[in-house]
Structures are given as structure tokens and as C-alpha cells.
Design a protein around this ligand. Structure first.
Ligand SMILES: [Zn+2]
Ligand SMILES: [Zn+2]
Length: 375
């Protein structure tokens, strides 16, 4: 036996022998397109570990984020709620320090963070890009938010309508933080919960819209049957923590949960048009004859379109689903063609699962060049 081992080792020293277990995980590539001038980064900026009330070790969060196709992760354990403190030595910088080598190994950007957790009407605030989490462990909630800001943190209000629904969630505390420049964004999605008032306040006060999982247990990979993991899409100059912070402060974000995107038109519109391409936009239409047009959706989001108005000379589908990662054939038919000749045609739709304000869908067009032939 011993002789055999020695011979094997000698062999391994000469030739790199394939070993079982070298491939240990798979990553789902999200394929959100970049938009002009920016890289699109998929971020989850609100997660928990055993260092507060989560149930996994920090390195597991990094592994999961990589498997889910994320680019950026923040671990944001509660300062005030520590059910595992008899078993885990609590140091608010440790989750980041422990997960960092794993994140680096996976080329995942890890952002240091913490959750400042107080009762209503204060609620919970995440501070990310902090320098020292332990310095935020102070009695007065406002001191914690102030110190986070003094450390240069990006601070956002978590799950604003978790306990106080609708406009009742807003109190003089949020108004004070806003006035002092201490609150920079809000979660419009926490997991699959959407907060329309938070969405409205972000638009009103020019705050950054975010969507995060706030995951506590291990990832349930069967849960995302409709869409992707909840995440904030950030449009950054480059793939660095500094560029992510700059983009967050400049409100270059789209909040994504399940199959729904929420964001300002200046970000969701280019994201849609970079995702959706018309494969053969030119064709000829005769009266009562049809023409097929391929429309490809490269993104991981299935877009649901509804027609808004008509186009002279042709009929087109009133409802159009563009499945994630697939191409559909769109069937047009010549109708009441008045004159022959080539025309630029814009099929007018709204995307029912892209919201630019509460209950307001993104308008889009599918652009074609049609040669009409009148009988
Ligand atoms: Zn919370
Ligand atoms: Zn949380």
C-alpha cells in the first residue's frame, strides 16, 4: 500500500492528474446586457449570516451569490439582534473579513456593510461601504446613522413598508435623515415584497431604488420559478467597488424582483432595448398576407408587452410575451393598405412588468421597415 502511494505521488509530481471534485459548483449567468457607457452589475446589498439572525456562515453567502450570477454582494448583519451570540464571537467586521477571501477567489465584489435595526417608526437602515462596523454599536439610533455617514457610508432604508403600510411608514425620523443627507436610498423590493410608497418617495426625493433579498436561511434554488433572484442592477463605469458606490449615489439603478423591473425610464429603457432585438426588421406586406418577424430577448427577464394603439396598413399582436433568452416570431398581416411604398413602422407597446412609477408601465416600440404593396 505504502509503495503504491509513493509511486502515485511521484507520478503526480510529473503529470497534473485530474482529480475528482475539481469542478465543484455551477453559476447561472444572468446575461443582463451592458448599456452604453456602463457595465451592468447584479448586486444583493442586504444579506444575513450567523453573525446576527442568519443561519449560514459568511463564506456561504459568497458561494451562493456566485452561483446566482451576482457581481456584487454585501453582508449586512444586524447590530442589535444577535441570537447566536453565545456560540459566535460577535465582531461586526468579521462577516466581511471571513467572506472576503472566498469572494476574491470567485471574482465577486464584496462590500462591507451592517444593518442598523430599531423599532418603528425608525425602522431598519443598511449602511454599506462602512469603515468599522463596531463603531456603529451605540445606544442612540441617530448616532449610529450619523457615524455611518461620517465613515462615508451609503445608507438606505430597508423594507420601509414592512410594519407600517403605505404613507404611514414615513415619519419625522426619515424626514430628518433626508434633510441631513443621511439617507441615500430605499428598498422598493425586499425579497418579493414591493413597496409602492417607497417607489413614490424615491422619485419625489431623488433617492436610489434598491431591491435585495434580505436572505437569512440558505438559498432555496427552487424558489425562482418566475424570474431571477431579487437584486439591484447597478450601471457602473467599471467593475470596481468605487464605481459601484459612485453609481449608487448617482441613482444608476434598476430594482429587480422575480420578473419585474422598477426604475427610472433613463435606465430601464436602454436595458430593454439592449435586451430585445428585431432579427429581420425589413419585409414586404400585401393586403391580407402575413409577414413573420423574429424578436429576440437576450435578458433573463420574460417581458410582457401590451399594445397601445394601432398602425395604419397592418395588424399585429395585442399581447406579446418575449420569453427570457428566446426568440419569438411576431406575425403581422396587411390590413387596409392605402398606398404602396416603404415606411418606418413603430409598433407601440407598454411593458407590463417594467414600472417607471407606481402603476405606470414603460412605453416601448418595436421598430420595423415595411414595404407595403397595395393591390
Ligand atoms: Zn431589517
Ligand atoms: Zn435584514
Amino acid at each position: 500500500m505504502r509503495k503504491y502511494i509513493r509511486r502515485s505521488l511521484a507520478f503526480a509530481a510529473i503529470v497534473a492528474v485530474p482529480v475528482a471534485g475539481a469542478v465543484f459548483a455551477q453559476r447561472t449567468e444572468l446575461n443582463f446586457p451592458d448599456i452604453e457607457g456602463y457595465v451592468t452589475l447584479a448586486c444583493d446589498l442586504h444579506t444575513h449570516t450567523v453573525f446576527s439572525d442568519g443561519s449560514v456562515w459568511p463564506t456561504v453567502r459568497a458561494d451562493e451569490a456566485w452561483r446566482d450570477g451576482l457581481d456584487v454582494l454585501a453582508i449586512t448583519d444586524h447590530i442589535e439582534y444577535l441570537p447566536h451570540k453565545d456560540d459566535v464571537i460577535i465582531d461586526f467586521n468579521r462577516p466581511y473579513q471571513i467572506a472576503k477571501p472566498t469572494a476574491d477567489d470567485l471574482h465577486l465584489l464584496l462590500i462591507p456593510g451592517i444593518e442598523i435595526t430599531r423599532d418603528e417608526p425608525h425602522g431598519h437602515f443598511n449602511a454599506i461601504f462602512i469603515k468599522d462596523g463596531n463603531a456603529l454599536n451605540v445606544e442612540d439610533q441617530k448616532d449610529a446613522v450619523r457615524i455611518a455617514n461620517e465613515q462615508g457610508a451609503f445608507v438606505f432604508w430597508n423594507h420601509p413598508e414592512w410594519k407600517r403600510k403605505g404613507d404611514t411608514a414615513w415619519s419625522e425620523i426619515q424626514a430628518e435623515y433626508l434633510a441631513k443627507g443621511w439617507m441615500h436610498g430605499m428598498e422598493v423590493f425586499n425579497g418579493d415584497n414591493y413597496y409602492p410608497s417607497a417607489h413614490k418617495w424615491c422619485l419625489k426625493h431623488n433617492l436610489t431604488m434598491l431591491a435585495n433579498t434580505d436572505i437569512h436561511g440558505p438559498r432555496d434554488y427552487g424558489a425562482d420559478t418566475d424570474g431571477v433572484r431579487t437584486m439591484t442592477l447597478v450601471f457602473a463605469r467599471e467593475r470596481t467597488p468605487e464605481a459601484v458606490e459612485e453609481a449608487l449615489r448617482a441613482r444608476h439603478t434598476v430594482a429587480c424582483s422575480g420578473n419585474t423591473l422598477v426604475g427610472e425610464a433613463q435606465w430601464v429603457a436602454p436595458l430593454f432595448y439592449q435586451s430585445v432585438t428585431v432579427q429581420h426588421p425589413e419585409g414586404t406586406l400585401k393586403e391580407k398576407q402575413s409577414l413573420s418577424v423574429g424578436v429576440h430577448n437576450a435578458s433573463p427577464i420574460t417581458f410582457r408587452l401590451k399594445a397601445k394603439g394601432g398602425v395604419q396598413g397592418l395588424s399585429f399582436p395585442g399581447a406579446l410575451t418575449l420569453p427570457a433568452g428566446k426568440t419569438v416570431m411576431l406575425r403581422l398581416e396587411g390590413r387596409n393598405i392605402r398606398e404602396s411604398g416603404q415606411r418606418d413602422v413603430q409598433l407601440p407597446y407598454v411593458v407590463e412588468n417594467i414600472w417607471i412609477a407606481p402603476e405606470t408601465y414603460l412605453p416601448v416600440t418595436i421598430d420595423l421597415k415595411i414595404t407595403f404593396q397595395k393591390d
